[in-house]
Design a protein. Sequence first.
Length: 158
Amino acid sequence: MLHDHKKHSFWDRVTSFVTREDLSVIEICHEDNFRLSVAALLIIVATSDKDFVEEEHQLIKTLLVEEFDLPNKAVEELIANAQNEAEDAIDLYGFIRIINKNLDQEGRQDIVRLLWRIVFADRKIKHLEDNMMNKLCHLLGVSKSDSVAIKNEIYEEI
């Protein structure tokens, strides 16, 4: 089931996860580490400016609830696990590898949309956040022009 996801969009991938209502919190956090990897990247972007504020934490929670249709308790556990993983990570490649393995280009662009939402949580882009986004987009295989278009799209929404 998890081997042919590059042909599926981000939303198809999410739908396949949430159709199983019997997932435990541990399964939610660790199934193929996909959700954990997405949550970790959101946290990494939020903390890249060394200023992880409550507004960013709440937005991460909201995005994870909306994107993965998970209960609040599971999302809080996912965020806690993702924070630990992000702090312990030597580099970004473990998270990126899992996302790239499981998503096609459109799905990776959807991840970039989520990340730009975190950057704009405080209504401004800081230099360190912009640098982190450039790095993540490159690693996710999202072109600079696509990233700029997504950034502008998100900026227009706020």
